[in-house]
Design a protein around this ligand. Structure first.
Ligand code: SAH
Length: 290
C-alpha cells in the first residue's frame, strides 16, 4: 500500500473554545488530528488523509456555524512534511501514570534503552522525534496508555495487536508491560516506517504490517488496541470481534464522548461487553471484553 498523503486545512478562529467546537464538527468528515495555535491570529490546523478530503462538505459544515467568519485554506502535505510539522511544533517528554515517553536523543532520554527502559515500576519509551502521530500528548493516546497500565493483568503474557499503531507507542508499551507477543498494523506506510524505527529504538522486535483491519488474523489476539477514527472503528468492529479470542480485551479510543454510546451499542450487538470507560477533554476511551 502506498503512503497516504495528508491535507492540512488552516482555519482562522477567535479562541480555543471556537477551535474545539469546530474540531468536534469536522471530526465526522474524517479529520483525524488537530493543532491549535494561539497568538494574535489564532489558527486551528486540521489534518485529513487526502483521499478523504471533501472541500464541499467542509464548506457546508462551516457555513452552518453562525459565528464562523470564514477564512480557511488547504494545503497538501507530502509525507516528508510531517517532519517539518513535528520540528515546528516540538515534542517534549510526557508522563502518563508510571510511563515516561521521551524524544530519543533528548536530555531526558539519556542514552539508556534496553536495560534501563524498565526501572522498578517506571517505564521509559523512546520515540523518534521526527514523526507526528502517537507521541502520548494526545488525550486519546494518554487514555489508552493509562487504561493499559491500570489493567496490566490483561496484557502480561498475552498476545497483543496494536491496530493503527502510528509511532507504535501503544505496542511498545504493551511489550514493556510484559505482553507475550505484540504485532502492529497501520494503513500508512510512513507510520509503519516510524513504528519500525521506534521499536528498534526501544530495543524491541515485533512485526508491523502496512494494512488495515483486513490484516487481522481470526481468533488470534488476547488484546486489541485501536485508537482510530470513529467511522473506521464502527465499520471494522465485526473484524475486531473475530480477531479476538474469547475473554479477550478490546481497547478503543479516537472518538468523542458523545460517540461513545453509539460505539458501545454496536459493540454490544456483537457480543462485546463494556468493562470500563474514561474520558478526557471530550475524548473517550472504552474497554470491552469478548
Ligand atoms: N496508536 C497511536 C496512533 C493513533 S493515530 C496512538 O494511540 O497514539 C491513528 C493511526 O491509525 C494513524 O497512524 C493512521 O495512519 C492509522 N489508521 C487510520 N485508518 C486506519 C485503518 N483503517 N487501519 C489501520 N490503521 C489506520
Amino acid at each position: 500500500m502506498d503512503s497516504q498523503d495528508y491535507c492540512e486545512v488552516a482555519l482562522k478562529v477567535d479562541s480555543e473554545e471556537q477551535a474545539e467546537i469546530i474540531e468536534a464538527m469536522v471530526v465526522d468528515l474524517g479529520f483525524d488530528s488537530f493543532q491549535f495555535e494561539e497568538g494574535n491570529e489564532p489558527v486551528l490546523r486540521c489534518y485529513i488523509q487526502t483521499s478523504l478530503f471533501d472541500g464541499n462538505a467542509l464548506g457546508d459544515a462551516l457555513a452552518g456555524i453562525p459565528w464562523f467568519k470564514g477564512g480557511w485554506s488547504v494545503r497538501k502535505l507530502e509525507a516528508a512534511d510531517w517532519n517539518e510539522e513535528w520540528e515546528r511544533n516540538g515534542f517534549t517528554a510526557i508522563e502518563v501514570g508510571r510511563v515516561r515517553v521521551c524524544p530519543a536523543g533528548s536530555e531526558e532520554a539519556g542514552d539508556g534503552v534496553d536495560g534501563e527502559s524498565v526501572t522498578g515500576d517506571r517505564i521509559t519509551i523512546l520515540l523518534d522525534p521526527r514523526m507526528a502521530f502517537g507521541t502520548g500528548h494526545h488525550d486519546t493516546t494518554c487514555m489508552m496508555m493509562k487504561t493499559m497500565q491500570d489493567n496490566s493483568e490483561d496484557i502480561v503474557g498475552k498476545s497483543v495487536m496494536d491496530l493503527g499503531c502510528g509511532t507504535a507507542v501503544l505496542g511498545i508499551l504493551a511489550a514493556k508491560l510484559g505482553a507475550g507477543s505484540v504485532s502492529a498494523v497501520d494503513i500508512d506506510a510512513t507510520a509503519v516506517r516510524s513504528a519500525l524505527g521506534n521499536i528498534r529504538l526501544n530495543g524491541l522486535d515485533f512485526e508491523v504490517v502496512c494494512s488495515d483491519a483486513s490484516a487481522l488474523k481470526e481468533d488470534a489476539y488476547d488484546v486489541l488496541l485501536a485508537n482510530i477514527h470513529k467511522n473506521i472503528i464502527i465499520s471494522d468492529l465485526p473484524r475486531y470481534r473475530k480477531a479476538l479470542r474469547r475473554g479477550g480485551r478490546l481497547l478503543l479510543s479516537g472518538f468523542y464522548d458523545r460517540d461513545a454510546d453509539e460505539i458501545t451499542a454496536v459493540a454490544d450487538g456483537l457480543g462485546l461487553t463494556l468493562l470500563s470507560s474514561c474520558s478526557s477533554n471530550g475524548w473517550a476511551c472504552l474497554r470491552f471484553c469478548k
